[in-house]
Design a protein around this ligand. Structure first.
Ligand code: GLC
Length: 473
């Protein structure tokens, strides 16, 4: 049932961009993200599963890494700067053999897992998710299930990126997540004998790109399941982040999704799995490009990139696309106040380096997040119904954090009264600076803050007895 509605939405989006006479851009094709199904009820789950979910949810801020053969193109094909990145093979309709040659020559000699994880940690992040295989079907680890991977040609002689990243994450105390897409641009959804596909391809004959490496769509699903097993067995991730299945036009079946989960859970009973594997119930929902206005219910994560592209595209780092470090900090505060996680993406370049601006931004984000991390890591959403005009609120047992926009910091602010007894108030980054609080029956008046308004936000920590609960909650 779900597959049909997703497929329908996919066709609509595709039709819309063809009608407008545009080239099919990555964003246009990627637009219909899967319906967020229900997350699993946690009451029936083992304490270990719930603890793992909690650990992930409390990590709050993560780094998403899109890195593969597409990084070599950086959005440009045959001298043409396309609005594309990790979808370039499909968007530019690169012949399969040509793309495979690029893959065989790819030697990301600057890959340094410690440097990536250090950058994430510097930004105040507590987990990473890396693309083990994107929609082009090329694995960045030495899979035994196909010969389409980073180690097959011998051009690259460095360490296994997944093993190295897992180790670096463990060293730095970050959770390690694996992104995997069972989609294959060179096969599904463009099965050549499928009349539907002729239509969605707008008359383009995919046979001109070369022979498909798979005879049937079932082979694509079978390969995916073998690789999913390898990934679970070899790298034992904390998070499995699936993608792409809704582009497979029903050729990734409910049974494929269920079987995959079974394989994973038999090896990793507590691993956290997102909603894009195609199961009716998942551990958490994913939001892209649009942050929910209110807590959407269930566990959730918002992901987006620094700029407009997931994979490497230097255009990301131009003023019309990249935002300010303050913007990403504010996004984190907004998401945390709604109980979600924030997975911020960087696409490393083909050599394995972050764009200097990405590294610089991560540092600047961390320069603010790290001294204020208690307001994010391990917190729950705001106990108030409405978001305040002056900023954002997060909470945990015994604490309420008021994340106050610097421009609002010099005047007293109001919050709805709490049921809790107040024990004290101070600035989170300077606990010696106390903050005045007047507790009225309906509202509490806080501040003003002394000691300067640090941009972009100043965090006031209220200490209270017990779990913060609003009087009108
Ligand atoms: C969309 C895009 C894909 C990207 C993903 C990240 O599904 O199609 O390229 O990896 O979003 O969430």
């Amino acid at each position: 049932m779900r597959h049909h509605s997703l497929r329908f939405r996919f066709l609509i989006a595709l039709h819309a961009c063809l009608v407008q006479g545009q080239a099919i851009s990555a964003e246009a094709v990627a637009a219909p993200i899967p319906d967020n199904a229900k997350t699993r009820s946690e009451e029936s789950q083992s304490p270990g599963r719930v603890a793992a979910l909690d650990r992930w949810n409390k990590a709050k801020f993560g780094l998403f890494l899109h890195w593969g053969v597409y990084s070599v193109y950086g959005g440009t094909y045959q001298g043409q700067d396309l609005w594309s990145a990790e979808w370039i093979q499909e968007n530019a309709r690169i012949p399969y053999e040509e793309y495979a040659k690029t893959a065989a020559a790819w030697n990301p000699s600057n890959f340094d897992a410690d440097a990536w994880v250090r950058s994430a940690k510097e930004a105040g992040m507590r987990y990473i998710v890396i693309t083990a295989r994107h929609h082009d079907g090329f694995a960045i680890y030495p899979t035994k299930a196909s010969n389409y991977h980073l180690f097959a040609s011998g051009a690259y002689k460095g360490p296994d990126p997944l093993a190295a990243l897992k180790k670096a994450c463990q060293k730095e105390g970050l959770l390690f997540g694996i992104y995997y897409s069972p989609l294959e641009f060179r096969g599904s959804p463009k099965g050549f004998d499928d009349a539907d596909q002729k239509a969605i391809d707008g008359g383009f004959d995919y046979r001109s790109l070369g022979p498909k490496p798979y005879a049937t769509d079932a082979q694509i699903a079978a390969l995916a399941k073998k690789q999913i097993k390898e990934l679970a067995e070899w790298y034992r991730p904390d998070i499995f982040w699936f993608d792409g299945t809704w582009h497979m036009m029903g050729k990734w079946t409910d049974a494929d999704a269920q079987e995959s989960e079974k394989i994973i859970r038999s090896l990793l009973p507590n691993v956290v799995i997102n909603n894009r594997l195609g199961l009716d119930r998942s551990d958490f929902n994913t939001y892209e490009n649009e942050i929910p206005h209110a807590p959407p219910g269930g566990r959730w994560e918002y992901c987006w990139n620094m700029g407009a592209f997931w994979g490497y595209n230097p255009r990301n780092y131009t003023p019309d696309l990249v935002k300010t470090p303050e913007h990403y900090i504010e996004t984190l505060a907004r998401i945390a106040s709604l109980g979600g996680n924030y997975l911020l993406n960087v696409g490393p370049d083909a050599t394995g380096k972050f764009h200097p601006m990405a590294s610089d931004y991560l540092q600047k984000i961390g320069a603010w997040v790290n001294p204020n991390r208690a307001a994010f890591e391990g917190v729950s959403q705001s106990p108030f119904k409405e978001a305040p005009a002056w900023g954002y609120v997060t909470s945990r047992k015994g604490k309420l954090y008021l994340i106050v926009r610097a421009s609002n910091a010099s005047a007293p602010l109001l919050i709805p009264a709490l049921k809790n007894r107040l024990l004290g108030a101070c600035l989170l980054d300077s606990p010696k600076i106390k903050v005045a609080v007047q507790c009225g029956p309906g509202e509490w008046q806080i501040g003003p803050i002394e000691g300067g308004a640090h941009a972009p936000f100043r965090v006031i920590e209220l200490s209270v007895e017990g779990e913060p609960v609003a009087v009108d909650g």
